[in-house]
Design a protein around this ligand. Structure first.
Ligand SMILES: C[S@@+](CC[C@H](N)C(=O)[O-])C[C@H]1O[C@@H](n2cnc3c(N)ncnc32)[C@H](O)[C@@H]1O
Length: 257
């Protein structure tokens, strides 16, 4: 076993996180630059130090999870969701079962709640939002954001659903109540079923091809027939039929009935 493989095995034992399912070159580069910055010579030294230093361990988790997100990320896609995808789903069901997988600090599930509130009473909206990173989930629950993460938010939405507090914006309590946050590892935890809509954006790009194949099948199984899988704007599925999907629109896949 080389230095990195041994590190992968140690991390798996300590956290349950399997780094072997993340693209190796990219992950190795990110982690190497962190340990070098902290003065270590190899993964072995880095792991030994991490065992004794909680702060370093959290720095490692922070570096490997990559939490960047923003409200209405790739705004055109959210417009398609609002104008085309959701009205069609709502024709079939009055209530929708929705999952924002790898939700990071909450911008994505809160965007979903805002959009759904235009189409149905907010009190009927319930979105499950999950991420592997507890720290990101804690921040999501607080719901306070910098101006930068709101750059795509239309002005009237900002006025309606956010309160400005100094340099930051706080999401409204009504939107917060529509989202339930939970810790969940896409690579090892079981998936619930019967979803109408699953949003999983900007995380699959970090996984190996093998891990992605398994996940596409699992997402398909988790959806109702006719349910929609919404992926990130660099995450096109090249052979959707292989996984039981057909293309509904760019970056939206419908589970074949
Ligand atoms: C770049 S963010 C994407 C956030 C949001 N979906 C978006 O598109 O703006 C990637 C998120 O994936 C999460 N993540 C990484 N590996 C994961 C895993 N195995 N299971 C669940 N979430 C994971 C990270 O913690 C991070 O919050």
């Amino acid at each position: 076993m080389n230095d990195y493989q041994q590190f992968i095995a140690n991390v798996k034992k300590k956290t349950g996180i399997d780094l072997a399912q993340y693209k190796e070159a990219q992950m190795k580069r990110r982690l190497t630059s962190l340990y070098e910055k902290r003065g270590f010579k190899n993964f072995h030294e880095f792991f030994t130090a991490m065992e004794a230093d909680e702060k370093l361990f959290h720095e490692f988790l922070d570096r490997m999870t990559i939490n960047v997100s923003e409200f209405y990320r790739n705004a055109k896609r959210w417009e398609v969701l609002e104008k085309k995808i959701l009205p069609k789903l709502l024709e079939q069901n009055k209530r929708l079962k929705v999952w924002s997988a790898a939700c990071s600090t909450g911008e994505e599930p809160y965007t979903l709640a805002i959009i759904l509130s235009k189409l149905m009473p907010l009190s009927q909206v319930s979105i499950l939002a999950t991420d592997i990173d507890e720290n990101a989930i804690s921040r999501a629950k607080i719901g306070v954001y910098s101006e930068r993460s709101l750059q795509e938010v239309p002005e009237e939405i900002k006025k309606k659903f956010f309160t400005k507090e100094g340099l930051h914006y706080k999401i409204s309590e009504a939107i917060k109540r529509a989202v339930i946050f939970k810790k969940h590892n896409l690579l090892s935890d079981p998936f619930d079923v019967n979803y109408d809509l699953i949003v999983c954006r900007n995380v699959l790009i970090y996984f190996t091809e093998e891990a992605k194949h398994v996940l596409y099948h699992k997402f398909n199984k988790a959806l109702k027939p006719g349910g929609i899988f919404f992926v990130g704007s660099t995450e096109q599925i090249f052979n959707p039929r292989l996984y039981g999907f057909e293309t509904e629109d760019t970056f939206f896949y419908r589970k074949i009935q």
